[in-house]
Ligand binder design. Sequence first.
Ligand code: FES
Ligand code: FES
Length: 164
Amino acid sequence: MNKHPISFTLNGKTVKTQVEARTTLLRALRDLGVLSVKRGCEEGECGTCTVLIDGITQKSCLVLAMEVEGRTVTTCEGLLAPDGELHPIQQAFIDEGAIQCGYCTPGMVMATYALLERSPDPADEEIRAALAGNLCRCTGYVSIFRAVKKAAELMKRPEGAGKR
Ligand code: FES
Ligand code: FES
């Protein structure tokens, strides 16, 4: 099948690759070695493949790779500091025990990131709504909920404020 060149910004760096017209962004990212983006249902139901496209959460299994031409894609890897330090959201998920198998975690982190960008001090209902598209089979959600609250606190602190 014919491949088409695409170029986009991935976690702050320009990426050029070739994809088939039918290739989803999820599959293209994994082919590029971005393994935080998980293949779950590939039907838009589970949220394990959640990324930000131009700052908006999207399920990458529902986006064709060719659609991100010229756009900006951010994955969980892109939240790390240049020295590899975890983002406060990533740290909060660890601190609150919100990771068991970890399959849902990158998607949860990206959904949390988008939430805290638009609402730094979210109400409980906002948190529930923001994570409604992300399924977790392990945790029962309580620890994830705590992690979002803790991340919001960490990001308000001076040392966390620059990590948005
Ligand atoms: S793999 Fe994309 S929503 Fe499940
Ligand atoms: S930690 Fe296993 S699916 Fe969420």
